[in-house]
Design a protein around this ligand. Structure first.
Ligand code: S3P
Length: 429
């Protein structure tokens, strides 16, 4: 794909879309299925490049995984059956694969090497390698295991009580996955609650997980039992169409089977706070994960402030929230979000730079951004995803409101989390 011309200046969007499977849950279904005893069948698995990397890594460790479109079957034989990989584990662009896998590998007595793409090579790994070393894992890599490539030799772990300086589900999950094979009870305490899919899915696989406020604990030596998992639609993917429907006059978009885990629904809270016309229907729970159908209609919006414990609940949605704010009356302030600097790109920098090219009034701050929305018409321009899927999709939605041609560089990055994004978008026009 590379550089593409985006649809601009559309009248309205309307229709119904099936949101593809949740990225976080898809990764975890493969990881837990691979270390469980017995068969796990995963339905509605996300066929994004990141999740396919996770499958590939476990195949390299000898796990029997077969896939038929969005249905994946894993025949797990417990941790003991994971083989020392003869090939390097390549996580591509996937931060979740890298962080969670380092934790899982730390718990087993094998040696492995991990690499990723240019973006992964810049992302901080000490946030996991440091506590995992404290548990007894032997991990080495560039700058004392801050950056990939990494070499991991696991086994013989002891439990720790870890206080994480960041609210990160990847850090929490990495340590919990190591904790399954540590002697004693491992706990992780975070400054704010991050997404809890690992805890919910561990329970679905028959594991005991203790939760007390911001602390989660797991006792080592537990066995997981294979199970069937239905992956809800990814609310982080739905977010692009929620915002599109909210800002393009006369639009109505219905999204089916969207994951509504309360650690992920910050985008819903923000839309409501800003005055959006949103309906939530058919609420249900599958595999401990809440799901609903969402309908968004265009309405007038006003600015808001997003900060503190809200941030982990919408961290991946901040690029598209920035666009939402350009169409709201008044100022929107996003703060306490310095984690954005260590995502697939520095998302404070890339959001501000690219939306400014389209005429948005947006400035960066040390830990977020300020957007002034009043009557901001967007114009054409040549924008870039910089290889970041969420920046690419946000710009494709922004273009819908632009007068003048918009071209997007590095559009192929979108396949990382939403390979059918353009099919869905075009079906609504
Ligand atoms: C994820 C956690 C978040 C999120 C990422 C997926 C996960 O990262 O940004 O897209 O699946 O655990 P952090 O844990 O680094 O905040």
């Amino acid at each position: 794909m590379g550089k593409i011309s985006l649809k601009t200046n559309v009248g309205k969007l309307s229709g119904v879309i099936q949101i593809p499977g949740d990225k976080s849950i898809s990764h975890r279904s493969i990881m837990l299925g691979a270390i469980a005893d017995g068969k796990t069948v995963v339905e509605n698995f996300l066929l994004g490049e990141d999740c396919l990397r996770t499958i590939d890594c476990f195949k390299k460790m000898g796990v029997n995984i077969t896939r038929n479109d969005e249905i994946v079957e894993i025949v797990g034989k417990g941790f003991e059956a994971l083989k020392e990989p003869t090939d390097i584990l390549d996580v591509g662009n996937s931060g979740t694969t890298s962080r969670l896998l380092i934790g899982l590998l730390s718990g087993i007595p094998i040696h492995s090497c991990m690499i990723g793409d240019d973006s992964i090579a810049k992302r901080p790994m000490k946030r996991v390698t440091e506590p995992l070393r404290e548990m007894g894992a032997k991990i080495d890599g560039r700058q004392d295991a801050e950056f990939t490539p990494l070499a991991i030799r696991g086994g013989n772990l002891r439990a720790i009580n870890y206080h994480s300086p960041v609210a990160s589900a990847q850090v929490k999950s990495s340590i919990l996955l190591a904790g399954i094979n540590a002697s004693g009870t491992t706990t992780v305490t975070e400054p704010h609650k991050s997404r809890d899919h690992t805890e919910r899915m561990l329970k679905a696989f028959g594991c005991k997980v203790a939760e007390d406020g911001l602390t989660v604990g797991i006792t080592g030596g537990q066995k997981l039992k294979g199970t069937n998992i239905f992956v809800p639609g990814d609310i982080s993917s739905a977010a692009f169409f929620l915002v599109a429907g909210a800002i393009i006059p006369n639009s109505t978009i219905k999204m089916m089977n969207v994951g509504m885990n309360p650690t992920r629904t910050g985008i819903i809270d923000v839309l409501i706070q800003m005055g959006a016309n949103l309906t939530i229907e058919n609420e249900r729970v599958i595999n401990n994960e809440p799901i609903a159908d969402l309908t968004i209609c265009y309405s007038e919006l006003h600015g808001t402030t997003i900060e503190g414990s809200m941030i982990p609940k919408l961290i991946d949605e901040i690029p598209i929230i920035a666009l939402l704010a350009t169409q709201a009356k008044g100022e929107t302030v996003i703060k306490d979000a310095s984690e954005l600097k260590v995502k697939e790109t520095n998302r404070i920098e890339t959001v501000v730079k690219e939306l400014s090219k389209l005429g948005a009034h947006i400035t960066s701050t040390e830990d977020g951004m300020i957007i002034t929305g009043e009557g901001t018409k967007l114009n054409g321009g040549n924008v870039d995803s910089y290889g970041d899927h969420r920046i690419g999709m946000m710009l494709a939605i922004a273009a819908l409101l632009a007068e003048g041609e918009v071209t997007l560089n590095n559009s192929e990055a979108i396949a990382v989390s939403y390979p059918t994004f353009f099919n869905h978008l075009h079906s609504l026009i």
